[in-house]
Design a protein around this ligand. Structure first.
Ligand SMILES: Nc1ncnc2c1ncn2[C@@H]1O[C@H](COP(=O)(O)OP(=O)(O)OP(=O)(O)O)[C@@H](O)[C@H]1O
Ligand SMILES: [Mg+2]
Length: 371
């Protein structure tokens, strides 16, 4: 009998839809296309509200890849998800749902599955909630001696005014992903700018703001697959910021990720494998794997790393729900690293599903599909 794979996701609403939450605001002017779906929107409570959710192209691509391994049951992670997952009773859930609202939003699908006794792929609710909170993540990393930049979590403008860390500093919402709230303004050279940026972020995102030492060095992101001693890094992705518009700071923020780098005009921002010396590569991989382990990540995750002024790799954040846009022109880093390791998109998704199913059942999905 085919393994029944529930597939949990959040579909990015079209530009004409309001957010499906408690404080839905007015609908936008109708616009079409990928660029429009990624543009910042003045009509929403947050201009980048939908950035973390997946586009139909990604959902279709994951479904297609999983279909080679078993019977896929689509389970959109909306308010009806708990009822539908009970009715479907899959053997396990492959989860890419980022969640809708709240500080535990990335944990909702796994928590519901855990409650119902339905196995699921990737990290558990504890790891997902901790990793979404960049301050909590850094506390855990620091406790375990994993290098990460000095920081504070600001809950008010006064916290920003009173910060004692040396400038330049970097300010970003403490609980977002996909570069939400991270723009060229995030780099703050002085206190006046910091207070203004932190104030705006507090107002728009209604959540704490992470203020940390600006890391001026090279940036890398490391895709990891596997569990326990089998956890391994895919080839390191390095960033080249000289492609960014003139005078733009060397950061991979919202503009660089979604507005300047488009499938129509992709920026050559990445190099994979990163051309760095062996010792630095070893350190980057070691720091990435340590983060994966101390945060309890499972099956897959992506770790973002930047070097400090002395060239030492520091963990910026951990993504246990990594972005996986299928079109190579979208420059999505996990599939990019997989391609450098010789895995196409289908193979990546199937490999990760197999890793999850082996963890859950002790059996190989790939072997079963090949039989
Ligand atoms: N302390 C820092 N110093 C320098 N640059 C930083 C710092 N923190 C973040 N950045 C820049 O901002 C980018 C986005 O930051 P971060 O990875 O924390 O955001 P995110 O929205 O969670 O990202 P993702 O899209 O990976 O989910 C980083 O890739 C890096 O270029
Ligand atoms: Mg990041």
């Amino acid at each position: 009998m085919a393994v029944r794979i529930g597939f949990a996701f959040n579909l990015k609403p079209s530009q004409t839809q309001s957010p499906p939450g408690p404080d839905a605001s007015a609908a936008a002017e109708p616009t079409v296309g990928k660029a429009a779906a990624r543009a910042l929107r003045a009509d929403l409570p947050q201009p980048d509200l939908y950035a973390e959710w997946d586009e139909p192209e990604t959902i279709d691509a994951v479904e297609k890849a999983l279909s080679a391994l078993g019977k896929v049951i689509r389970l959109e992670a909306d308010a009806d998800f708990p009822r539908r997952v009970v009715a479907a009773r899959p053997d396990f859930v492959f989860n890419i749902a980022e969640g809708l609202y709240g500080v535990n939003r990335e944990a909702h699908v796994p928590a519901i599955c855990e409650f119902l006794g339905i196995p699921y792929h990737a990290s558990d609710p504890l790891t997902l909630s901790l990793s979404l909170h960049k301050g909590r993540t850094k506390e855990i990393l620091a406790y375990h001696g994993v290098p990460t930049a000095p920081f504070i979590v600001a809950n008010s403008r006064a916290d920003a005014r009173n910060v004692t860390l040396p400038f330049p500093l970097f300010a970003k919402p403490a609980l977002e992903g996909s570069s939400k709230g991270i723009t060229t303004r995030s780099l703050c050279a002085n206190r006046a700018k910091l207070v203004s940026v932190v104030g705006d972020l507090l107002d728009v995102y209604q959540e704490p703001v992470l203020i940390e030492t600006y890391l001026p060095g090279q940036e890398f992101t490391v895709a990891i697959v596997g569990n326990g001693r089998e956890a391994r890094c895919l080839p390191i992705v390095g960033m080249k910021f000289d492609e960014l518009p003139l005078n733009a700071p060397p950061i991979y923020g919202y503009e660089a990720k979604w507005l300047w780098d488009t499938p129509e005009r992709p920026l050559e921002l990445f190099e994979c494998p990163a051309r760095i010396d062996k010792e630095l590569a070893r350190e980057v991989r070691s720091v990435a794997l340590s983060s994966y382990r101390v945060l309890g990540c499972r099956d897959w995750a992506r770790v973002d790393i930047r070097c400090d002024a002395s060239g030492r790799p520091m963990v910026v954040e951990v993504n246990p729900l990594p972005g996986i846009l299928p079109n190579p022109k979208d420059n999505s880093c996990f599939p990019k690293a997989a391609r450098a390791a010789g895995m196409n998109y289908d193979t990546l998704i199937q490999t990760v599903a197999d890793i999850a199913w082996r963890r859950i059942s002790g059996k190989s999905l790939l072997a079963k599909a090949a039989a």
